[in-house]
Design a binder for this molecule. Structure first.
Ligand SMILES: NC(=O)c1ccc[n+]([C@@H]2O[C@H](COP(=O)([O-])OP(=O)(O)OC[C@H]3O[C@@H](n4cnc5c(N)ncnc54)[C@H](O)[C@@H]3O)[C@@H](O)[C@H]2O)c1
Length: 422
């Protein structure tokens, strides 16, 4: 079997490697020629994916990459894994999906299968994507070509997470499309979960991520409430999670990050408005989560104040800028908002993150900072732990710092008056 996978990012690259590893020949397509060059050279550009795995598949002629969309013609199925961000008005931006659909349409052949994996609102596959594919190709979905949606369940940074063993939801525009999609994924994925329509699968993915967003908001709110009561929320959660049924632990933090949880719920709220429906619960969760960096700012101000210092002019070192521990992904990271908020108040900010030698220009920020060495910690008025990377020696950090504000409970078990947990 020969397939193409469009978008070789955090989702598309591991998926390509999984198919290749299972014996399927994969042509990876991306508009980013740098990624294509990396793959040809057998070099990984994602920290948790070893270069050797790419090199092995490239050498075995199971995986190649190109920017040339006409290569789609050589394959029997195309899987789309392109970004689905929000635009500056916080509305869904499915332009990457539509552009990809138009590019595929020019080369679509009878009998081919097109699967969308990008997270999006219900109706994207059978309305929006189907529309551009049919108009661009002159072919009809469900009759001339097959169409399906199968959401990705990637857990970056989790060493036990493997594409092959995570159950995968699949659906089809027609029953025949579903059969085709099942056949495709059964090459590489152990457990498939067929559902009755593309909209069910799209909605299921949004439920999964909204569930996380809402529960994280709940513990973020509880953190503030319990803190006012002098109760340690981390100990509370650890106690509650011993309940063997009906409870699942979520942990507070400095705010949401990544390409999924801060974004996906708003795909749902936007679509709901089309049906005259309000999503107050989801929006409230978003409001609480978006407010967390401001809460961190308050804590830093209070902590410095206790040391008779003002934030204005204070030297602050941020530890960890990735949106979660042990990964090299900065997208939507709350660290970026926190840096900006602290700088607005006149703080002099440095950062350290083993995964980011520099921070440049992102979608929202242009910070142009260089990673500071993790020495001479006593020079900073405050060391602020934003991301609890496993590589850090927290005991040493506390020992050598004047003041540590910890947003992740990374200093758990360390008893020191220098630590302020928030
Ligand atoms: N990262 C995750 O953990 C995760 C988990 C589940 C679902 N998702 C979803 O999967 C989708 C992809 O996310 P990601 O994290 O892999 O994004 P990413 O930004 O890491 O990768 C997307 C890739 O698509 C390429 N691209 C953009 N436009 C293109 C086009 N028109 N044609 C070809 N290539 C194009 C980009 O160059 C990039 O390499 C999103 O919808 C996301 O919500 C992501």
């Amino acid at each position: 079997m020969k397939i193409s996978i469009v978008g070789l990012g955090y989702v598309g690259l591991p998926l390509s490697l999984q198919f290749a590893h299972s014996g399927v020949t994969v042509i990876g397509l991306d508009v980013d020629s740098a990624k294509v060059e990396h793959i040809h050279a057998g070099r990984s550009y994602i920290k948790h994916i070893p270069s050797e795995v790419i090199e092995e598949m490239v050498k075995a002629h199971k995986f190649s990459a190109t920017t040339d969309f006409s290569r789609v013609k050589e394959t029997e199925a195309v899987i789309i894994c392109v970004p689905t961000p929000l635009n500056k008005n916080r509305e869904p931006d499915i332009s990457y999906i539509l552009d990809t659909g138009k590019n595929i349409a020019r080369h679509l052949q009878k009998g081919m299968l097109v699967v969308l994996e990008s997270t999006t609102y219900p109706g994207t596959t059978d309305e929006d994507l189907r529309g551009v594919l049919e108009i661009g190709s002159g072919l009809e979905a469900g009759k001339d070509f097959h169409l399906a949606f199968s959401p990705e369940r990637e857990d970056p940074g989790n060493p036990n997470s493997q594409v092959a063993i995570i159950p995968k939801i699949v659906d089809g525009y027609t029953p025949a499309c579903l059969e085709k999609a099942k056949h495709l994924y059964s090459q590489a994925i152990k457990t498939l979960v067929p559902v009755s329509s593309c909209r069910i699968a799209e909605a299921a993915k949004l439920l999964e991520n909204t569930f996380r967003g809402v529960n994280i908001a709940l513990v973020n709110e509880l953190k503030v409430v319990y803190d006012a009561m002098g109760i340690d929320v981390w100990e509370v959660i650890n106690a509650a999670k011993t309940k063997p049924f009906g409870f699942m632990p979520f942990y507070p933090g400095p705010g949401l990050g990544g390409h999924c949880i801060p974004i996906d719920p708003f795909y749902l709220t936007w679509k709901a408005r089309e049906y005259g429906q309000n999503t107050r619960f989801i929006e409230l969760a978003g409001e609480i989560n978006i407010g967390m960096p401001y809460h961190v700012l308050d804590y830093v101000v209070k902590a410095l104040n206790q040391h008779k210092k003002a934030l204005n002019g204070a030297k602050v070192l941020l530890l960890g800028v990735a949106y979660k521990k042990d990964i090299d992904d900065l997208r939507e990271s709350p660290a970026l908002t926190i840096i900006e908020l602290l700088q607005q108040q006149g703080a002099v900010i440095s950062y350290n993150d083993p995964y980011f030698p520099t921070i440049g220009k992102g979608r929202k920020y242009d910070l142009q900072m260089k990673c500071a060495p993790l020495d001479n910690l006593g020079q900073y008025d405050c060391v602020l732990i934003v991301t609890d990377h496993s590589d850090y020696d927290y005991a040493r950090i506390v020992r050598e710092s004047q003041l540590v504000v910890d947003t992740r409970n990374a200093t758990k078990g360390i008893d020191s008056p220098k630590i302020v947990r928030c």
